[in-house]
Write a protein that binds this ligand. Structure first.
Ligand code: NDX
Length: 254
């Protein structure tokens, strides 16, 4: 339904998302949840990880689905429908599967509120763009950008889910201690789950060939790349026997 597209909010939203990624790099501080939550906020202002991840990620799934449900007419064109389906599949898993199985430590409420706003904004930007603005040529399904992008998205999602599964199995229910992750891409990097997610959103950016997609891939690279670096530093400090050939984010390189 490109006729109903307002370009300015899409441009502004994409610019804001990319600017937030740049701000993350500029501040270069660990985000104060998980390994870095101790002392970050007043004691007590936390929610169990399962509830926190469910609540904060829900808008990324519910907002695009809500926009689509409010449409008077049918779905957008086929490529945009596929991309929207992949975006929603990712956030369906993050909201209804990842959240409900996580064994993470309690999550600071102040960061939950910020994450909720972030997910609402990003869900609105990606959903609005794909439903109202995206226009693709008839042969987009056979275009190398689409095929390679979808391949990367699925590969990245597989790596991300598998790596998060490895992390979850490092703890028994109720534990909040840290152990050295082993296996999968953790053999090569400390941020295997983050590498998967970065590959995933890079594939989405390529397949959607869109400014909102590019802005989200850039944000993910900044936020998760920095978090991988902080986790790597955390492990090197914490474990004397940490594998010294392991890199932070990119196997054999960085
Ligand atoms: N959620 C994206 N910044 C974030 C929520 C927090 O989806 O104000 C970004 C997302 C938000 C953030 C979001 C945006 C920026 C915010 C931030 C809060 C403050 C910040 C709003 C929205 C902000 C400024 C100032 C710039 C505006 O106890 P624990 O939790 O450490 O346990 C962990 C466990 N684990 C281990 N267990 C045993 N032994 C070990 N060695 C372990 N290592 C880890 O595994 C967790 O239970 C679990 C995973 O932990 P971790 O730290 O590896 O991943 P995590 O960061 O929790 O992410 C979980 C998944 C992962 O797949 C990741 O790829 C994905 O979510 N994710 C996360 C963040 C953003 C994002 C994806 C994206 O940008 N695409």
């Amino acid at each position: 339904m490109p006729g109903r597209c307002q370009q300015n909010p899409v441009l502004a939203g994409s610019a804001a998302l990319a600017a937030l990624g740049a701000l993350v790099l500029y501040l270069a501080e660990p985000s104060g949840y998980g390994k870095y939550s101790a002392g970050a906020v007043p004691a007590g202002a936390h929610l169990p990880a399962r509830a926190a991840w469910f609540l904060q990620e829900l808008p990324s799934f519910a907002v695009p689905v809500g926009i689509l449900a409010g449409q008077p007419s049918a779905l957008p064109g086929p490529p945009a429908t596929v991309l929207l389906g992949l975006f929603c599949a990712h956030y369906f898993h993050r909201t209804f599967v990842y959240s409900l199985y996580t064994r993470g430590r309690p999550f600071p409420v102040v960061f939950l509120i910020r994450a909720f706003v972030f997910c609402m904004g990003n869900g609105l930007l990606q959903g609005y763009y794909l439903i109202y603005c995206a226009e693709y040529p008839a042969d987009w399904f056979t275009d190398i950008r689409f095929s390679l992008g979808i391949f990367l998205f699925i590969l990245g999602m597989g790596i991300n889910i598998h790596s998060d599964y490895i992390l979850r199995r490092l703890r028994k229910p109720g534990e909040v201690i840290y152990r050295i992750p082993q296996g999968g891409l953790f053999t090569y990097v400390s941020g295997a789950n983050f590498l998967g997610e970065i590959i995933e959103w890079s594939g989405y950016a390529l397949a959607s060939w869109s400014l909102p997609g590019l802005a989200f891939a850039f944000f993910s690279l900044c936020f998760l790349g920095l978090r991988a670096f902080h986790h790597h530093r955390f492990y090197l400090k914490m474990f004397e026997d940490y594998p010294n050939s392991r890199k932070a984010l990119i196997p054999f390189i960085f």
